[in-house]
Structure formats: structure tokens, C-alpha cells
Design a protein. Structure first.
Length: 414
């Protein structure tokens, strides 16, 4: 704003310098008038620009500069005896500035400032009413007024186009945000600092009734009491918080089931954005996996799970106890590295061929521990397939079924 007004003021005052200079020359004004003319229309625009530029509140400073323009131009009108076209050009220009920048009330203030300046100008010497101007000065005032109004109109046009583009960008941004929010699986909401709903994404309707989601309704009502207090405290701190926070919340859905939510709390102006993910199924799956892991570790049978290519992915404690191999010895290695070597390769080819056909094999075999001792084991091998029927894993369960020792080893060697 300051830079734009500086450019317009400098150009307009240069035109005034020429026009009023001709008027002063035609009426043989003295040196004092010419000095004031130079100070007003050549030096003054730069001084008020610097004042506004370096002000702590540049916009307010520039608005005050416009009123100062009205006062000083009013002084020139009164001092020159109100030449009609000069008075019209100056008054219309300051009035146009006031309307554009301060609306209707600004126009009244500008006229009052111009009137006060005119009274001051009349009091500076012997007043003579001189309404007439030469054809040259009249023409300069006429075309100068048109040019000034055109310049202001062009600036307003550019500002309006810029505002229109900004509005279009805001609408597009809002449309994109709504598209994302209304189609996202995440639960997205805006609440005020008192914890009342301002906006909820359609995904919330999977969990809560519409009456629980009405704008202005209590957003914390369906939360676990402990979690509601935690979120309320986060909302209180949101006004001064610089970074988002993550909270684990429990929400009671419309069916009375407790849903586990992972929620990010992010301040947005005087509101707070809540982006939640329903991790109930994930937590349930984690608990089931944890129970399965505990059950796996507690079994007396040895268990080894491999990928489809034979890479060992997990073993249980009983495997380590029976074979003597630690987890670090076998995980990530091929299942062939723990074979005993007491059966020929064809044995394993037939075994996996049967698993491929029937999905399962079981039987007793001889095996060798890490320390080289031999034992008899019962083993089952089962294939795990995905929904398309492709084998993804093999699960091997075995346990020791007979005594082992040197006699057995010697018989095997024989």
C-alpha cells in the first residue's frame, strides 16, 4: 500500500508542480510561493513515504498521510483564492483517495481536513477570490483529473483481479481439503477451545450418531472420562502450543464398543484440528499376535516357521532346547542348514512334493542336534497359503520321541 501510494502521489504531485507553477507564473507570485511550491510538490512526497515506510504501523501511517495531503492541498486552494479547476482537481483527488481507502466516513473526514486547510490558506495573507484559470491551466487540470482517476481505477482493477485470484485459490484449496476430508478414512474434526464440534468429516458417522456430531455439541461426551480430561487439558494448552501433540484416546461408539483412537491435536487459529485414526483393529491384532507369541513360546513342541523359499523366520524356545541351536544361529538362514544329513535329499523332495499336493506331511525321522548327538523325532510340515492359493510359509512342528546316543549313531552309520 505504501509503495503504491508513493508512486501515485509522486506522479500526481509532479503534475501539480507543473500546473500550479504555470498558474503562479501567470499571476506573478513571489519567491516565497515558488519555494513553498517546490517543497510541497517535489520534496513532500518522498518525506511522507519515508515516514510510512519506517513506521511500526505503516498502513495507519499511510492513511494519516492521506489526511495530511487533504490539509495541505486545501491550504493551496485557499492561498490561491480557490481557482475553480485547481480546487476541483485537488479536492476530487483527495476525496477519491479517502473513499477508496476509508469508505464513506473517510470521505467526510477528508472534506473536513480540506476545509480546515483552506481556512488556514486564506489566513496566510490578504484573501482574494480568483476562480478563473487560463485555458492551459484549465486543460492541465481537466486531463490531469482524468489521468488520476484512470490511474486509481487501474490500481483498483489490479487489486480486484488479485483478490479474485486469491478467492479462487481459496475456493480450490477448500474444495481439495473437503475432498480429502470427506473421503479420508481418518477422522478429521475442528473443535473450539471449549471442546465443541465445529466440523466433523463424514468418516465420523461410522462411529457416532448424527446428533452427537451436531455443530456446537460436546465433542468430549463420548470419550472415556480420563481421556476426556486429557483432551480438555490439551485444548487449554493449544492456544500457546507451537507443535501438534499426539494422544491415545478411547471413544465409546454408537454400539457401546470402546474404540481406540490415535489422535493428533493441532491448533488452527482460535480452533483446534483433531486428526484421529481408528487403531482398534490394529490393537486387537497386536494383542492376538502377542498372545500367539506367548502361546508359541510356551509349547513343549519345537516350532519352526519358514518362508516359501525355505528362509527361517521364527523358532520357539522348545526348538532351541531340542536342537541346541539358538535363534541367532538359524534366523535368516535356509532350513537346509539345520537338516541332519541322516536322510538323503530325495527324502525331502518327496516330503515337499506331498505337502504341495496335500498341504500336509507328518512322520518320524532321525535328526541331529548342534552338538552332533542323534535323536528320533516326530515331525509335521504344513503349508500356509494366501487367498490365491499360493504358498507363503511352511510351519514345522516336531518333538523327540526316542532315546539317542552312541548306539543309535553307530547303527545309523552301519
Amino acid at each position: 500500500m505504501v509503495k503504491t501510494h508513493y508512486a501515485v502521489r509522486t506522479g500526481a504531485f509532479l503534475a501539480c508542480l507543473v500546473t500550479i507553477g504555470i498558474h503562479l507564473w501567470e499571476h506573478a507570485y513571489g519567491v516565497a510561493a515558488w519555494l513553498l511550491l517546490f517543497l510541497q510538490f517535489a520534496i513532500y512526497p518522498h518525506l511522507v513515504y519515508l515516514r510510512a515506510k519506517h513506521s511500526a504501523h505503516p498502513v495507519q501511517a499511510e492513511l494519516d498521510n492521506l489526511l495530511l495531503d487533504s490539509v495541505l492541498l486545501g491550504v493551496w486552494c485557499g492561498m490561491l483564492g480557490f481557482p475553480l479547476w485547481i480546487t476541483y482537481a485537488m479536492t476530487s483527488a483527495t476525496l477519491l483517495n479517502a473513499v477508496v481507502n476509508r469508505a464513506g466516513s473517510g470521505a467526510l473526514v477528508s472534506l473536513a481536513c480540506t476545509a480546515a486547510g483552506a481556512i488556514l490558506g486564506m489566513s496566510m495573507g490578504e484573501f482574494h477570490y480568483l476562480p478563473y484559470t487560463s485555458p492551459l491551466v484549465t486543460a492541465l487540470c481537466f486531463f490531469g483529473s482524468l489521468a488520476y482517476a484512470g490511474a486509481v481505477g487501474r490500481i483498483l482493477y489490479r487489486l480486484n483481479r488479485r483478490l479474485a485470484r486469491a478467492r479462487d485459490e481459496v475456493r480450490e484449496s477448500e474444495a481439495r481439503y473437503r475432498l480429502i476430508a470427506e473421503n479420508a478414512a481418518d477422522l478429521i474434526a475442528l473443535v473450539d477451545l471449549q471442546g465443541r464440534w465445529q466440523y466433523t468429516s463424514p468418516s465420523y458417522e461410522r462411529l457416532l450418531d448424527p446428533r452427537d456430531l451436531e455443530a456446537g455439541a460436546d465433542a468430549l461426551r463420548r470419550l472415556h472420562p480420563d481421556d476426556a480430561e486429557m483432551l480438555r487439558a490439551a485444548l487449554v494448552r493449544a492456544e500457546t502450543a507451537a507443535k501438534p501433540r499426539e494422544l491415545a484416546l478411547r471413544l465409546v461408539d454408537r454400539e457401546g464398543r470402546i474404540r481406540q483412537l490415535r489422535t493428533r491435536v493441532h491448533p488452527v487459529g482460535d480452533k483446534v484440528e483433531l486428526v484421529s485414526q481408528d487403531v482398534t483393529e490394529l490393537r486387537d491384532s497386536e494383542e492376538k499376535l502377542l498372545l500367539a507369541a506367548h502361546a508359541l513360546e510356551g509349547m513343549t513342541e519345537a516350532i519352526m516357521i519358514t518362508a516359501a523359499d525355505g528362509t527361517i523366520q521364527t523358532v520357539n524356545r522348545a526348538f532351541c532346547g531340542i536342537t541346541g541351536y539358538s535363534r541367532e544361529d538359524v534366523l535368516g538362514h535356509s532350513e537346509t542348514t539345520v537338516r541332519s544329513g541322516l536322510q538323503p535329499p530325495e527324502f525331502y523332495d518327496d516330503l515337499y512334493a506331498k505337502v504341495a499336493r496335500e498341504g500336509y506331511w507328518s512322520g518320524t525321522t532321525w535328526a541331529r542336534r548342534k552338538n552332533g548327538s542323534v535323536y528320533r523325532e516326530w515331525r509335521s510340515v504344513r503349508a500356509v497359503r494366501d487367498s490365491s492359493g499360493r504358498v507363503t510359509h511352511y510351519v514345522m512342528v516336531f518333538y523327540e520321541v526316542g532315546a539317542s546316543g552312541p548306539a543309535v549313531e553307530n547303527s545309523l552309520r552301519a
